[in-house]
Write a protein that binds this ligand. Structure first.
Ligand code: C2E
Length: 834
């Protein structure tokens, strides 16, 4: 009977066991048993005491007895005991385990009462596996005994018995004159013993025909032959018909049996390993669940929570005690509609899996996003037995996503749109304006003197100023308009409602005024102004890039106009700006090309009428444009950051000239102009002194002129530089006095030598009493403070006369001499001497 695994209807021992059981009592004799075996043609007898099996005697046991001639030995000595038994109701699987575990080849089958009712051999079990397939695959040759024992036909039965016992074989080939003539099997032995024929010669008795089978036939075929002839043994022959071995029926079964047993053992070992593995896996899974950073929830088939892990508690705030036995819907945020959940359950039912983003609610009521994966777990019958859900809190990820998005489109400092978003919006606005024939404006806003704010108060304050300026601008905008920050102190606007120009001027004035209001930062009240340049679509340009360029040009106009103002782009002014740009790039090359030269303008002492000092004035002779005034290029050089290189040239050239004149015997004091930007450098005094030293000049031959703006933009550096220069004997003059940041306080706090009254106070000296009063006061005040006074820009004799009366110390102006090249100056100087 072959079997296929069926959990519900397992094959039982009683289905395959041999039930034609022959039993005997423990007091039976060996002789009676050998007769019984011979008569019944059976291989074993079960010894029962009071119907209960106590031992088992096999054909081989009895043959051994007669081989040793101990045939009178009691059965109890001979039998194998105790017997391994198995209930007839036990499954064949279980019996099979027992056969292997106990290492026996037979089990006595018992009834519930314990009474023996059959015998189950390994062969029966093997046969139950359905061995046909295996038999087909093997040939006789594979398992045959290729060196079978032989016994001479002239030997006695007894010696054959002894040979059988000694070799533990079940058959011997009988030979006569070295030719196989028959076979002697265990069954023959039992028959001959029962007939008491041990002393007879084999050749007389064993006339069994020897059935042969070809060695290359399959075992399946061999088994058929066995069944056909009811033999226990067959001789095998090669292709020439020569007998080459012996094969027994039990050999066939055993070959399959051993394979089966081997496979079964493997199976059992595998089961053990799998069990061990699964226990290990379970432990591991347990640890993983506990340690997982993701929240894990396991529910039964009714969706009631069976288990949660610590991460679940961490994310949701619910402890496991609070949720066990509850439905996960306690986490529901209410943000998803009925359909959402219906689809989720449908997916789980159909595909066994659902994954997606879901909003849930924590124990404290806060709602959070999570990434959830649910898997339905099915039992062996395919029914859903559990659900496992894993989720991660997406709150932080969402925050970072939002931040990344914000960074991509917004300025981090002011939170205003950045250049990218501005450009996107400008493209949109332009598209709309083109379609509906509207006008739009782009404005470019620059915070005036922002660098100074940074330098004076630090970057933190600078950042706060930018934030506040951005906030104020944004506050003034209409819906649909945009303010963006591109970086630094630049803001940009898109204004969409600009069909009416007075209206936009009004708006821009309002903007200037709003930004101009004091800004309070850390108890400091700052005043900030902005310059605005505006361009229009479609009049100035029809694309985003050109509109921005035009607005940028216009902001330069606003700055030139004096800042704190707005300017509309005009192509004429744009031209100017273009040429300014051109001049900027030419200025870069001017130094290298030697296009700069110093002119010298004398300063004359009013008392003596003599001059022993002058002012060095820079001249740029442009190769194409000719002479360019310092009034034009000095501010440009300051803007372009070139003033330090130019300033260094002036100082070096002035010192070189002083030294050259000195060599000619003329000791002339030369004053050089130093701009506020040069003072900002911080080491201007040291650089001047170093240059002086290079020419080995005494300090009294050099003077420095600076304007009032230095006190405004870099008072600390200016003060330090003045002190250093004066301590070394270099004189310091304040230039253009009265035009700029006219605070008398710096005159009080700064150590100065000379004050130069600006030309604008002197032009109308003859006509204006006010100017006369101012100049008189300046001179008197200066003298009181110990300062020498120089009046500059003197063109008329009348001016000179008045200034003489006022006791002004020195004069400078066209009346006396124009600025001139070094050669001309020294001529003039020597001439006045003569
Ligand atoms: N109308 C009139 N003007 C007179 C008269 N006498 C002298 N001037 C002019 O007045 C300016 C005096 O120079 P500043 O006040 O220092 O004003 C200077 C100075 O601030 C700046 N500058 C000139 N050279 C340098 C320099 O080497 N470095 C720096 N940083 N600035 C310089 O450029 C300004 C203009 O220089 P310049 O064009 O050379 O103009 C000079 C000079 O030519 C007069 O009687 N009438």
């Amino acid at each position: 009977m072959s079997r296929t695994p069926d959990r519900n209807n397992p094959l039982l021992v009683r289905h395959i066991a041999q039930t034609n059981l022959i039993t005997c009592t423990p007091d039976a004799t060996a002789e009676s048993l050998i007769r019984l075996m011979a008569d019944q043609q059976i291989g074993c007898i079960v010894v029962c005491d009071n119907r209960l099996p106590v031992g088992i005697v096999t054909r081989r046991d009895l043959i051994s007895l007669w081989a040793d001639q101990h045939e009178n030995a009691p059965i109890t000595e001979l039998m194998s005991a105790p017997v391994s038994s198995v209930s007839e109701w036990e499954s064949v699987d279980e019996a099979e385990h027992r056969l292997i575990a106990e290492g026996v080849r037979h089990l006595v089958v018992t009834k519930a009462s314990g009474e023996a009712c059959g015998i189950l051999s390994e062969t029966d079990v093997v046969n139950s596996h359905g061995i046909e397939h295996d038999l087909f695959l093997r040939s006789v040759e594979e398992i045959a005994d290729h060196a079978p024992l032989t016994v001479d036909g002239n030997s006695t039965v007894l010696s054959a018995l002894q040979k059988l016992k000694a070799s533990d074989s079940s058959a011997l080939l009988i030979t006569q004159h070295n030719e196989v003539c028959g076979i002697f099997t265990e069954r023959d032995a039992v028959t001959l013993i029962s007939q008491n024929m041990q002393d007879h010669n084999l050749s007389d008795l064993c006339n069994n025909p020897l059935v042969t089978i070809e060695q290359n036939l399959s075992l399946y075929k061999a088994r058929k032959v066995f069944h056909q002839h009811q033999f226990q043994h067959l001789a095998i022959t090669n292709h020439e018909g020569k007998i080459t071995g012996l094969i027994s029926y039990s050999d066939i079964l055993q070959s399959v049996e051993s394979d089966c047993v081997y496979h079964l053992r493997e199976l059992l070992n595998e089961q053990d390993r799998a069990l061990e593995q699964s226990q290990h896996s379970l432990k591991l899974a347990d640890k993983v669940i506990e340690a997982s950073m993701e929240a894990i929830v396991i529910c039964d088939k009714n969706s009631l929570i069976l288990r949660v892990n610590p991460s679940f508690t961490e994310i949701t705030g619910y402890t496991s005690e609070e949720v066990l036995g509850k439905n996960p819907s306690i986490l529901s945020s209410g943000r998803h509609n009925e359909r959402f959940y219906t689809e989720m359950w449908l997916n789980l039912a159909e595909q066994g899996f659902w994954q997606g983003e879901i909003w849930n609610r924590r124990r404290d009521g806060s709602v959070y996003p999570e990434w959830l994966s649910i898997t339905s777990i099915r039992d062996d019958s395919g029914n859903i037995s559990q659900y496992a859900a894993i989720f991660t809190d997406l709150t932080e990820i969402k925050k970072s996503e939002a931040r990344i998005k914000r960074l991509a489109y917004f300025d981090e400092l002011t939170r205003l749109p950045n250049r990218k978003l501005f450009n996107d919006r400008l493209q949109l606005s332009l598209g709309y304006a083109k379609e509906h024939q509207h006008r739009i404006a782009v404005a470019y806003i620059d915070v005036d003197f922002f660098q100074q704010i940074n330098d004076l108060y630090g970057h933190e304050t600078g950042d706060k100023v930018l934030k506040e300026v951005g906030r104020r601008i944004e506050h003034e905008l209409d819906n649909g308009d945009t303010v963006a920050r591109f970086g630094g102190d630049e803001f940009n606007l898109i204004l969409t409602d600009v069909d009416n120009t007075p209206h936009i001027s009004e708006f821009l004035n309002r903007l200037l005024n709003t930004v101009n209001q004091p800004i309070l930062i850390d108890d400091k009240e700052l005043k900030v102004t902005i310059s605005i340049g505006v361009s229009f679509y479609p009049t100035d340009a029809d694309n985003a890039e050109s509109l921005l360029k035009c607005a940028d040009s216009a902001v330069h106009l606003a700055k030139d106009f004096g800042r704190n103002s707005f300017r509309f782009f005009s192509s004429e002014q744009h031209q100017q700006i273009q040429s300014r740009y051109q001049m900027g790039s030419d200025l870069q090359a001017a130094l290298d090309n030697g296009e700069f030269q110093l002119y010298y303008q004398p300063k004359v002492c009013l008392q003596t009428g003599r001059s022993d000092s002058c002012e060095a004035l820079l001249r740029w002779l442009h190769p194409q444009l000719g002479f360019i005034s310092p009034v034009e290029f000095i501010p440009l050089a300051e803007d372009l950051g070139l003033i330090n290189r130019i300033g260094d040239f002036v100082i070096a050239e002035a010192c070189r000239q002083i030294a050259a004149w000195r060599k000619q015997g003329a000791e002339i004091n030369v004053a050089v102009n130093v701009s506020a930007k040069q003072f900002q450098q911080g080491d201007i005094a040291e650089r001047i002194l170093a240059t002086l030293q290079q020419q080995s000049l005494p300090a009294h031959l050099l003077s420095v002129e600076l304007t009032e703006s230095c006190f405004l933009y870099c008072p600390e550096e200016t003060k330090r530089a003045i002190n250093t220069l004066r301590s070394q004997g270099i004189q310091v003059a304040i230039d253009d006095f009265g035009t700029g940041y006219s605070s008398l306080s710096y005159i009080r706090t700064m150590e100065l030598d000379t004050l130069k009254i600006d030309r604008s106070f002197l032009v109308n000296l003859g006509d204006s009493e006010v100017d006369r009063a101012i100049v008189t006061s300046i001179i008197e005040m200066s003298h009181i403070l110990g300062l020498k006074v120089v009046a500059e820009g003197i063109e008329h004799q009348s001016q000179m006369n008045i200034l003489k009366q006022m006791s002004c110390d020195q004069l400078q102006g066209f009346l006396l001499a124009r600025p001139m090249p070094a050669d001309a100056f020294i001529n003039w100087h020597q001439h006045q001497k003569a």
